[in-house]
Design a protein. Sequence first.
Length: 216
Amino acid sequence: MRQHVNPLSRFFQLNHDLPSLDELFHDSNLPIHLDIGCARGRFLLKMAGSFSKWNFLGIEIREPLVIAAEKERVQSGLNNLRFLFCNANVSLEKLFLNLRRSKVKRVSIQFPDPWFKKRHKKRRLMQPSLLFLLAANLDPGAELFIQTDVLSLMDEIIYLIDMSNCFNTISNLDESLNSYSPYCFVTEREEYCIQKGLPIYRKLYVRNSNDVTIDS
């Protein structure tokens, strides 16, 4: 079951102080995989435990999930992984400044809250402003991976990304939206969908060299 919080409420509009890259990771020279909306973080815990040459950063708007994920990270002794409590649509710009943006080589957005009601669409994670920040801060060659089990949401995200003209679909993936995941571990929601036989819609993009324009 999805547990929603309203990202537009006053509490979640606070622009939190965020740690620097050197404060986050033992080896700040490693490339970074940023997972936006990481939930309980079990996907990143597995990834960080298997890929020591990457740093992994999960950001999540539901603070209790971040606290639980950080506790498990500490218990696991993983120094290439951190979880932060923040609202991506408020704090992402500051976060990229702190991360030395050239270090962010992968961004994943997996099963974001769909907010089905029309009047709630402004609460969705993938807003034009968020995509603008991603395009402006990712270097050419950086990857952007999207997956969801809601086709209408996926169609909207694809439209925003295509309109930006800043990302290309990676051609070695199955062209259908039911293509495989590029990662060897699954999220909690992904595992649930697989067990229930529910469709999952995926797209893997790479940042191209096009400039970000105001129209984007």
